[in-house]
Design a protein around this ligand. Sequence first.
Ligand code: FAD
Length: 447
Amino acid sequence: MDTSITGFRGRLVTPDDSLYDEARRPFNGQVWRRPALIAQCARVDDVIAALAFARENALEVAVRSGGHSVSGWSGTDGGLVIDLCLMAQIHVDPNDQTAWIGPGARAGEVVSRAATFGLAPVTGVTRSVGLGGLLTGLGEGYLTPRFGYGTDNVLAFELVTADGDVLHVSADSHADLFWGMRGAGANFGVVTAMKLRLHPSPPQAMGGAITFAEPDLLAASRHVWKIMRDGSPDYCPIATYYRTEDGPLRLTVLPGHVGPAADATLAMDELRTCADSISDDIRSMSYTELITGPDDNGVQGVRQTWDLYRLDFDGNPEQQIAFLLEQAKNLIPGSHFVMWRTVPVDPPSPPSVAPRLPGISVNIQTLWHDEAGDAEHLQWLNDMAVAFQSSGIAQEGSNAVNHIAGCDAHRVESLYGKENYERLMALKATYDPTNFFRRNYNVPPAR
Ligand SMILES: Cc1cc2nc3c(=O)[nH]c(=O)nc-3n(C[C@H](O)[C@H](O)[C@H](O)COP(=O)(O)OP(=O)(O)OC[C@H]3O[C@@H](n4cnc5c(N)ncnc54)[C@H](O)[C@@H]3O)c2cc1C
């Protein structure tokens, strides 16, 4: 196949290129793919040209911004990757507190840039995640309890469809598509720019971590549950159960408090005194430092798989804690239960498809280094999923878009709910009737 693309001014990477392995490297080392061609686009016209090339050569297309899809959707075997890593521009308008960004911009870069104007975007908590993937899904982070999902704060998308049309999608233009893009956006085309609403940057943040062990896990868990359900919107802790190398169970809490210093100090006092801890390096820092500190060091490229469940705030906390502590006995080295509060604020106006059921999100994940570990870890995740699904205590996580590896049509339908799923299928039939964009949590076009 001749891999030159007429009019393309970005960088084309083929399997013979020395950059090929680096360019196709996913965050999750378990989902390496071998595309026939990687088109690193530098501008909208490159995206249009690359899509035309894929259509002419009947190549499957995968769209990549930051490469963090745990499912490996942003890679393809034998197809064409439209890679937006070069389209990472960030233009902040401090007067109307917005920013236009390219999809290849990483969360940490946008947080750092906005902070120079005293402003902050709603992103996830991990600096290296690409905003193309994060904001076409949901995007949950420390600012979510106060300002909503990341996608609630997208004011406009620039989108290239499979036919190469450029659409400006907002509340005033293609409003039907704007509803679906905020939560299921990867289904409709290639996002080439986004306009974000920014907020005043938090005055300070509480970072670091505190760790609890037996016999204090029950008391610490009860406190964590209380914060998750009743904590202030400035308080968004991430709590993780895991086992150490030699076996004992631990609970580590990253406080993630982004409110005023006096409130934060009080909240940290309560966290520190809820049970005896075995280590504690909680400290005050800037919000930028909280997001841009070390995150993926050591796990970039490691093999991993994820699934996500929800514990409703209406459920019985004692039963929920007992269930998780019981299941935690089955944690294997490298595996975790990572929990955060999903407390979506009122639907954005106009509303979006993003699911809004509140509760404690429990991300079941396991990481390992060698292919030899695949069978054990994939089986572990499967067994854990069965235990959660059959528990009567946990529900399938409706906010799981972005947080599950692999997803059949039934699960995608359950993520959005039947009515929204049917509305998405109708949108798909209008904007991508051939299901050209299918490497995503896929919604098929209505027939
Ligand atoms: C270490 C780690 C930490 C994470 N932390 C958080 C967190 O704190 N909060 C949170 O909400 N999520 C988090 N996530 C999940 C993350 O939001 C998703 O994996 C997200 O999809 C990654 O976006 P990306 O651009 O990096 O990924 P990619 O792999 O590039 O893309 C992911 C999906 O989005 C599609 N896509 C990407 N760019 C575009 C585009 N421009 N136009 C159309 N479709 C596109 C891709 O085709 C693919 O289906 C984390 C993931 C990892 C691996």
